[in-house]
Each structure stands twice: as C-alpha cells, then as structure tokens.
Design a protein around this ligand. Structure first.
Ligand code: GAL
Length: 345
C-alpha cells in the first residue's frame, strides 16, 4: 500500500513539472530515463523501509561498501536494516524471507552464493519487491526473470586486465630473472565468485596478449581472506623461492597477507618480486605508496553504493528493466604509486 501511495505521489510530482524527467525529488546518477523515488515520499511521512543483505560482515571490502551504503540510505531518510549472512546461503535465504514478511519496500542483496540467484530472484519476484543485487553478478538470463531487478557492480574482467597491465608496466614486464617467462603464483578469492574467476583469467591474459610467456607455479583459493593469503604465500615462497616473480592476488586483503609472508622471507617487492591486488583498501594504498605493493585496482565502493541507491530509487519510482539492461557497471581504476594517494580516505 505504501508503495502504491509512493507511486501515486511520484506521478503527481511528474504532472506538476513542465517536463517530466530531469527535475525529480531525488537524484539518479545512472543517467537512464526512468523516474526515481525519494525516501520520504509517502503522504503520511512514513519512512520507506530498505533491507540490505550482506554475504558476510567479516570481509574487508564489503565492510567499506556496507558502511557507505548504510550511511547513504540513512542520509536520504530510509529506514535501513542491514543483516550479516555469515557466509551461509541458507541463513541469508531466511533473512530475505524475513524481510519479505516484514514488508520491506526495497531490498539490496549481496548474495552468499551466485548459484542461489535463481531462488533469490524467484522469491523477490513472488513478493513483488524492487531489488538491487550487488557485488556477485547473476547471469543476464537469470535476471530477466524479474523486471524490477538490477545488478550493480563492476566488470571483473577489467580489474584482472588492470592487474596484468600493472605488471607489464614494470621495467622487466614481470620477468625479473630474465629467463624469458613470467613465473607467478595466483592467490584466488572464492572460486565460485565471478570476480575471482575473471580476475584470475584476465590478469594472466593481459600478459599473454602482450606476447609474454607465463608459467603458473601455483593457484590456491584464499577466499578473500588475509590469513589465507599469508599462509599460501608463505608455503609457496618456501617451496618455489626465487622462482616466484609475481604474486597475483584477487583482492587486497589477501595481498596484505602475502606481503607479510614476502617480508618474512626476506624478499623485497618491486626489486625481486612483484605483488598486485584489487580493491584499493586504505591499508593497500599505503603499501603502494611505500613501494611494498606494485599496485592495486580501485574497486569503487562509494561509486557502487551511490549507483545501487540510485537504481533502487528508479525501481521504487516504477522503472522496469528489460533483459540485457539489468547490469550496471561502475569502472575500476588502475592504482600505482603515482595516483595511490588520491584514493586514501
Ligand atoms: C570482490 C572484492 C573482494 C571481496 C568480494 C566479495 O569484489 O574484491 O575483496 O569483497 O568482492 O564478494
């Protein structure tokens, strides 16, 4: 009912404007033409309720993202509930069902498992709740099942390519010992996750596309976790020693763990080994500035949170999305010692 009233008000605002579009009560950064809905649009002044599901709170990047999202929504006047899925899909499914029962006006969901996308989409469709999926991208076909659903995230392949380019931009293009090949270890996130898959693939592809020969010494899953990154790097350094020229990490938290192992082994980043991550966490940016990481890639938490809120408001305003238009990407940015300072918060 509240949503119906909100829509009626949105229509009334439209009619009162000479040109419906452009000047609405709320802002939208997506550049698309749909109406968007503001938080306090119900005639009764009742706040619109937004439920946010995060795959797990104990994730460095998702913590930055979650905090940005929560403060943006609250500043706009929404009543926000954020829940921790504890990396457990069954638990998150229950949380989604609870949000549905509580009559949330919109949901923002960071799925635990991408493989659960079909059932998540079926549940929100059945309940007719506008939904923004973030961070873990379903397929276009899966999203096409529900026109009041969009995905906001980044093109993971781009981040992988930027990691490879960071290595290509070094003086020896990653071939420190000059034996004609770049020998690397890959510390992967959760392999079920498309970000992990594509970063793993495209970081190396950037090297081979540039004509470099590569040798993978090891690939291990580190599940985005600093301690696991440290353990994997420590074991590999003990096993492969100086053969390792490049440490690719699918994210910064694992790279910071790897850096601890690199330093403990007496190796020196940018001299006898290269190290790259993704996310541009403050801790990683400081290491890039200090020369202890070769580079990272900005995973723009603020930009994605801004876009997720804008897309949610479009959905609340009645906009629907056709198949093929349901993924909205925010760009990654390559981060080197030259620009790292610009991103430290
Ligand atoms: C990635 C990010 C990782 C981790 C993951 C969770 O985009 O780079 O650090 O947060 O999302 O799905």
């Amino acid at each position: 009912m509240k949503r119906f009233l909100a829509l009626m008000l949105s229509a009334a605002v439209c009619l009162s404007l000479a040109a419906c579009g452009g000047t609405n009560a709320s802002t939208s950064d997506s550049g698309s033409s749909g109406e968007s809905q503001s938080a306090e649009a119900t005639p009764t002044g009742e706040k619109l309720k937004v439920g946010v599901c995060i795959y797990k709170f104990d994730d460095a990047f998702m913590t930055t993202y979650r905090n940005a999202l929560q403060s943006m929504l609250e500043e706009k006047g929404y009543e926000v509930t954020v829940v921790d899925g504890n990396n457990d899909q069954a638990k998150q499914t229950e949380q989604i069902n609870t949000f549905i029962t509580q009559g949330m006006d919109a949901l923002i969901i960071n799925p635990v498992m991408t493989s659960a996308a079909d059932s998540i989409i079926a549940a929100v469709k059945q309940a007719d709740i506008p939904t923004v999926i973030i961070n873990r991208e379903p397929t276009a076909e899966q999203m096409a099942a529900y026109e009041k659903l969009v995905y906001v995230g980044c093109d993971a392949a781009q981040s992988g390519t930027f990691q490879g380019e960071l290595i290509l931009e070094t003086e020896n293009k990653g071939d420190i010992n000059g034996d004609g090949k770049v020998s690397y270890i890959m510390i992967q996130g959760d392999p079920e996750n498309i970000d992990a898959k594509l970063r793993t693939e495209y970081s190396v592809k950037a090297l081979t596309d540039a004509g470099m020969t590569v040798e993978q010494l090891d690939l291990q899953r580190g599940d985005w976790d600093r301690n696991k990154g440290q353990e994997i790097a420590q074991n590999d350094l003990a096993k492969f020693g100086d053969q390792i020229e490049v440490v690719f990490c699918n994210n910064d938290d694992m790279a910071i763990g790897a850096l601890q192992a690199i330093q403990a082994a007496g190796r020196k980043v940018n001299e006898d080994i290269y190290l790259v991550g993704v996310d541009a966490l403050d801790a990683a940016l400081n290491e890039v500035v200090a020369g202890n990481m070769t580079g990272t890639v900005l995973n723009d938490a603020n930009g994605q949170a801004t876009q997720a809120v804008a897309s949610m408001e479009e959905l609340l305003g009645g906009k629907t999305f056709a198949e093929g238009e349901q993924s909205i990407y925010v760009d990654y940015v390559k981060v080197t010692p030259e620009n790292a300072q610009d991103y430290i918060k």
